[in-house]
Design a protein around this ligand. Structure first.
Ligand SMILES: [Zn+2]
Length: 311
């Protein structure tokens, strides 16, 4: 069995954030109230998957945070996100809109943008808050009896007053895989709705009653008509769009003929490293971009950083 080295660059949203989620405090209302009003506590607003970010003195970007007493007070959901190693407690307030900009450089950003700019700490806080917001938004009613549910546990449970059910945040597993053949060529596909030239790894949701390895094998077969044998786990990435967890794999093909499904995948091709380099240089192929683990999986095989897309 071969082993994988970690990708050279950290996977966006998946690096250690330095935040202790301190889940044992979530049901302790007295502790939460004291934490909320503590002068060192920091609060930010999450709304529609966005937060306000601002430039930091070190040339990076950070989430705009305030002490709780400056936080906008209205009817809101308050999520306790955890504590850092200095004892600072972090909360997110879910609101219908972001607060007005505090200065010229502060701006709203979603995870796809902010994930590339923020420190691991802030990216970790943001992905936690966005994941909770997405789950809350989509699970306002009890899936058992249909009653409207109420938020509990500092944003991490929804309780049903009708039947007493407790609902926990959902995380839907999805697999994403870099498939190679016996010549160490990589199988990359182009989704129907992607721009011309954009190729990336195949991916799909894990189905009920399926292991993640079975899911990798099935998705590659469905999307590209290729049979894979060995499947090896590489790394994962939270992907709250709206509440997935991307599980990254490498897989070895045992057949090479490609038959795309035409519904999800429009085109798939085997690329040698030389093929891909030439295709990048000619502009025929656009490298997978952004925060997705797909780019890291391709890079792991490619052996060097992928070229940055030209704006
Ligand atoms: Zn219920």
């Amino acid at each position: 069995m071969s082993t994988h080295t970690e990708p050279e660059r950290p996977i966006s949203l998946a690096a250690p954030s330095g935040i202790d989620r301190a889940a044992h405090h979530r049901l302790d209302e007295a502790w939460l109230a004291a934490a909320w009003s503590h002068p060192t506590t920091r609060v930010f607003v999450v709304s529609g998957g966005q937060v306000l970010i601002d430039d930091t003195p070190d040339g990076g970007s950070g989430i705009v945070m305030t002490p709780a007493f400056e936080a906008p007070v209205t009817e809101t959901h308050r999520y306790f996100l955890g504590t850092d190693e200095d004892g600072v407690r972090y909360f997110a307030l879910q609101k219908d809109a972001l607060p007005g900009r505090m200065d010229q450089s502060a701006r709203p950003a979603g995870l796809r943008e902010a994930g590339l700019l923020l420190s691991p700490r802030d990216a970790g806080l943001m992905v936690h808050a966005v994941a909770l917001e997405n789950w809350q938004r989509m699970h306002r009613f009890c899936s058992r009896c249909g009653e409207r549910t109420v938020v509990a546990a500092a944003g991490h449970i929804r309780r049903c007053p009708g039947c007493g059910a407790e609902h926990y945040p959902r995380t839907d597993p999805a697999v994403i895989m870099l498939v190679t053949d016996e010549h160490d060529r990589a199988l990359l596909g182009r989704q129907v709705h992607w721009p011309e030239g954009r190729f990336s790894t195949l991916a799909g949701f894990v189905e009920p009653g399926e292991s993640i390895e079975q899911s990798v094998i099935r998705e590659v077969w469905e999307e590209a008509g290729v049979r894979v044998g060995t499947v090896e786990y590489v790394a994962s990435q939270p992907w709250p769009f709206p509440y997935s967890l991307m599980l990254g794999f490498t897989a070895r093909a045992v057949t090479s003929e490609i038959t795309v499904d035409g519904e999800e995948i429009q085109e798939a091709r085997w690329f040698s490293r030389e093929d891909l380099r030439a295709a990048f240089e000619s502009g025929e192929v656009l490298p997978p971009a952004g925060i997705s683990i797909a780019a890291r999986l391709v890079e792991l095989w490619y052996g060097e950083p992928l070229p940055r897309p030209t704006p």
